[in-house]
Design a protein around this ligand. Structure first.
Ligand code: BGC
Length: 267
C-alpha cells in the first residue's frame, strides 16, 4: 500500500509518497506556498494541489499545526481561526477522494523520529519538541504516542512559553544564541521538572543549528537533534495514515501506535 504524507507548515505545504516500512520518501517532495490567509478552504486546495502531483497512492496522512481530535482541528494558535472545530479529515477526504488521516504536526514529526530517527529503540518517556513559529510537543511512552500534549503553551514567567522561546521569538527579537538559549533552558528545565523525560529530541528548522545552542544548555535530560529534519512531518503523517488504514490493532509495517489520528469518516 502506498501512502502520501503531506505536511502543512507556516510557509509551505509539502508532500511525497512514503515508504512507511523504511521511513523514506519514495519520490522527491513537492511543495506549494502556504496560502495567505491560510483559511480552511485555501489550505484544502493547496493540499489537493500537492496530492495531484502524485498518483498510485491509497491513502493520505496530513499534519496540522494545532490540536486534532478524531479528525477535527480543535485549536489554531498560529493559523487562521477558521480551523477552530473544522472537520478537517472529512473535508480533505471529500476533496481528495481518498481516506485522509489528520494529526498534529509535532506528533507526526515525533512519530517519524521515534520509528526511524533520533528516538529509535528508545524506551521510557521520550519528548519531541519542535522549535519554529511555535513550540510543538510530542510525548511517547515506550514508543506509544500520547497525542496533543501542547507543552509549547506552558506558562513561563507569566507568558505563553512559545512566545518566549520559539525560534520565531529568536528571529523577531533578534536574540543572540546565548540570549535565546537562556530562554530555551528555562523552558526545558520547567518541562523536565514536570515530566522527567528520558530524552529530549529537538526538531524544527533550528535543530539543524543545534551546535550553536545545545552546548549552552545546562539541563539534566539528554538532548539530541532530530535526524529526519524536513521530512519528519511527511513521514510521520504517512505512518499514521497507514496505521489508521490497518484498523484498530492492525499493524502497518513500520508503524507505531498513534491515537491522534482517526480514519476519515469518523470526523
Ligand atoms: C500549536 C501546536 C503545534 C505547534 C507547532 C503550537 O502553537 O499549538 O499544536 O504543534 O505550534 O506548530
Amino acid at each position: 500500500m502506498t501512502i502520501l504524507g503531506i505536511d502543512i507548515g507556516g510557509s509551505g505545504v509539502k508532500g511525497a509518497p512514503v515508504d512507511t516500512a523504511g521511513g523514506e520518501l519514495l519520490a522527491e517532495r513537492f511543495r506549494v506556498p502556504t496560502p495567505q490567509p491560510a483559511d480552511v478552504g485555501s489550505v484544502v486546495e493547496a493540499v489537493a494541489e500537492v496530492a495531484a502531483r502524485f498518483d498510485g497512492f491509497d491513502s493520505i496522512g496530513v499534519t496540522f499545526p494545532g490540536v486534532v481530535v478524531d479528525g477535527v482541528t480543535r485549536s489554531a494558535a498560529n493559523v487562521d481561526k477558521s480551523w477552530l472545530d473544522a472537520p478537517a479529515a472529512r473535508l480533505f477526504t471529500e476533496r481528495l477522494g481518498k481516506p485522509v488521516t489528520v494529526l498534529n504536526d509535532a506528533d507526526a514529526a515525533g512519530v517519524a523520529e521515534v520509528a526511524f530517527g533520533a528516538g529509535r529503540d528508545q524506551s521510557g518517556l521520550i519528548m519531541m519538541l519542535t522549535f519554529g513559529t511555535g513550540i510543538g510537543s510530542a510525548l511517547f511512552l515506550d514508543g506509544t504516542l500520547l497525542p496533543n500534549t501542547e507543552f509549547g503553551h506552558l506558562e513561563i514567567a507569566g507568558a505563553d512559553a512559545e512566545l518566549l522561546a520559539s525560534d520565531r521569538a529568536r528571529e523577531t527579537e533578534d536574540l543572540s544564541w546565548e540570549q535565546w538559549a537562556a530562554r530555551v533552558e528555562r523552558y526545558l528545565r520547567h518541562v523536565e521538572m514536570l515530566l522527567s523525560p528520558r530524552l529530549f529530541i529537538v526538531g524544527g528548522g533550528v535543530s539543524k543549528k543545534s551546535e550553536k545552542f545545545f552546548p549552552l544548555l545546562d539541563i539534566r535530560t539528554p538532548i539530541v537533534p532530530a535526524t529526519l529534519l524536513n521530512n519528519a512531518g511527511i513521514i510521520g503523517a504517512a505512518i499514521a495514515a497507514g496505521q489508521a488504514a490497518a484498523g484498530p490493532g492492525g499493524q502497518d509495517p513500520g508503524a507505531i501506535p498513534v491515537d491522534a489520528a482517526a480514519p476519515a469518516g469518523q470526523a
